[in-house]
Design a protein around this ligand. Sequence first.
Ligand SMILES: Nc1ncnc2c1ncn2[C@@H]1O[C@H](COP(=O)(O)OP(=O)(O)OP(=O)(O)O)[C@@H](O)[C@H]1O
Length: 266
Amino acid sequence: MTDLLEVRNISKYYSYKNGWLTPQRVCALEPISFSVKRGETIAIMGETGSGKSTIAKLISGAEVPSSGEIFLNGELLDPNNHQQRCREIRMIFQDSLRSLNPQLTIGKQLLESLLFNTKWSAAEQQEHVYVTLQKVGLLPDHFDFYPHMLSSGQQQRVCIARAIILEPQIIVADEAFAALDPSIRAQIINLILDLQEDMGISFIFASHSPEIVKHVADKILIMHRGKMIEFDSTQALLTNPKQQLTKMLLQSEQLNKALKHTTTQE
Ligand SMILES: Nc1ncnc2c1ncn2[C@@H]1O[C@H](COP(=O)(O)OP(=O)(O)OP(=O)(O)O)[C@@H](O)[C@H]1O
C-alpha cells in the first residue's frame, strides 16, 4: 500500500479574547506527523480535550492549521481550496444527524454536493443519488422522504451517503456513531467496512470506544493533551503498549468511562 495522506508537522493554536485582557492563545495540537495508506483505517483515541476533533477538522479542511502541511497522493493540499478538499476528503461530524436539513428531502440534500461539484446532467445526478442510496442500504423511494420520516439508523445511512457521494479517497469521522443504539452502531460500522472494501476509501475516525477501535482500526493514534504519544498498528498497541494511557484507553468501555470521568474532573 502506498501513502495516500501525509500529515507533516501540523499544529493548531486558537486565540480568544478574555474580557479586556490581551488575547489568550490555546495550543489545541502540538506539531504531529503521520501517514495513512490507501484503504487503511486509523483510529484516534485520547481523553476529552486531547486534540482528536482538532486533527479531524484539520484533515477535512474545516480548520486551517497554524503550521505544517498535508499531502494527498504526494500533492500539497491548499488549506483554502475547499472544492479540492471536499471532493477528496469528506467529514462525518459528531452531531451528524442534526446536520440534516429537516426541510429538504433526502434526495435534494444528496443532490446538493453533485450540483456544486460535478457537471453532470440532472438525470445523471439523480441516477447517481439512487445508486448511492442503494450502496448505503436505502431504497430509491427514500429520495422523497424527509429526515423525520427515517429512523436514526437510516438517517446515519443518509449521512454516510452524503459522505461517499463524491467518491472521496478519505472519510474522517469524529465520534460520529457514539450516540447510536449499540445494535444500529454495529450495522453502521459494518456498512462502513463494506464500503471501504468496495471503494478503497481510507477511514480516519476519532473514538472513545475500544470495542469499535479494536474491530475496525488497522492503526491507532493516541493523543494526550494535544500531543501524539503513540502511533502504531492495533495489534502492536494491544500486545505491547508503551504508554500506560494507551493500555487504559484500550481496556473495557467501563474503565474508559471512569478515565473520562476523572480527566474531566481535573
Ligand atoms: N475553537 C476553539 N477555541 C478555543 N479552544 C479550542 C477550540 N476548539 C478546541 N479548543 C481546545 O483545544 C483542545 C482540543 O480540543 P478537541 O476538541 O480537539 O479535543 P477532543 O479530544 O476532540 O475532545 P472530545 O473528546 O471532548 O471531543 C481543548 O483544550 C479545547 O478546549
